[in-house]
Design a protein around this ligand. Structure first.
Ligand SMILES: [Zn+2]
Length: 277
């Protein structure tokens, strides 16, 4: 958490607030959340945090979101486990218990953007926008538009269970535990199936299920399990539509069988033993 639909919902809610705004200041309350290109001095923090730039684009790849400015700077936000990226009219209070690590002031009179991350698995990365493609090349194709061919090429020879493979950000970017379980349920594949046993058309079915589940979740503003909120502080609505995730022991929405759960790739996995063979 958050996965692709949550990050895309943040992107969509922030876009009208941020596009065209000038970054008039940035206050980095915890310097170690920002990583910069090697050799860049720490005195360039303001520059690395886009101060003086006009925001022209918000781009997402997988679970990463990049803010780009007119002068070709980029700042990538990774939300990790518990990250928050939010706009508000006023700057958030400087209270250490809120774990707000960076606050951007947007002008003229365009409010504030802030990044909080209590568990600090996330962070900010400063880049030239020309470095963005190579930075993201380490990730697989974006899961919202993944094709069966891409999936098969990346995973077709793997002996890993398909559930574990779907979480591999080098194969496809953006899927985490929730949407892997939901996509496998929609495709009717057992999460334990070894990738190398799937036929070519099965990869098309799986890619289609991944795209469908993610698109539906984006349309519903993502899933709020605990603390996820979009860029304006609103909860998602997709959690009410989960078929299997978080529903171990409850009836399968398709056949009524009790949903099974087990540990796969160190992650709790829920599936229907009757529908997903
Ligand atoms: Zn079932």
């Amino acid at each position: 958490m958050p996965e692709l639909p949550e990050v895309e919902s943040i992107r969509r809610t922030l876009e009208p607030r941020l596009l065209g705004a000038r970054v008039s200041g940035a206050s980095l309350r915890r310097p170690d959340v920002l990583s910069a290109p090697p050799g860049e001095p720490r005195t360039n923090r303001g520059r690395q945090l886009l101060v003086g730039g006009q925001i022209t684009l918000l781009r997402r790849h997988g679970k990463q979101l990049a803010l780009l400015t007119h002068d070709r700077r980029a700042c990538i936000v990774q939300l990790g486990m518990s990250g928050v990226l939010r706009w508000s009219p006023e700057a958030p209070a400087c209270d250490p218990s809120h774990h707000v690590h960076c606050v951007w002031t947007l002008g003229p009179g365009r409010g504030h953007l802030w990044f909080a991350d209590p568990r600090r698995f996330g962070g900010l990365t400063s880049l030239r926008d020309s470095s963005l493609p190579s930075h993201w090349a380490a990730l697989g194709p974006d899961a919202l538009s993944i094709s069966g061919t891409d999936l098969r090429r990346a995973l077709g020879r793997s002996r890993r269970p398909v559930k574990a493979a779907l979480l591999d950000q080098h194969a496809l970017a953006g899927v985490g535990n929730i949407y892997a379980d939901e996509a496998l349920f929609l495709a009717r594949f057992s999460p334990r199936t070894p990738c190398c046993s799937l036929a070519a058309d099965a990869w098309d079915t799986l890619a289609c299920a991944v795209r469908t589940v993610l698109a539906q979740a984006v349309a519903a503003g993502g899933s709020t399990l605990r603390d996820y909120r979009d860029g304006e502080g609103n909860a998602g609505r997709y959690q009410a539509r989960h078929s299997v995730y978080g529903r171990a022991g409850l009836p399968c929405p398709t056949c009524g069988s009790s949903l099974s759960s087990g540990l796969l790739a160190q992650r709790t996995t829920v599936w229907c033993p009757a529908c997903q063979r």
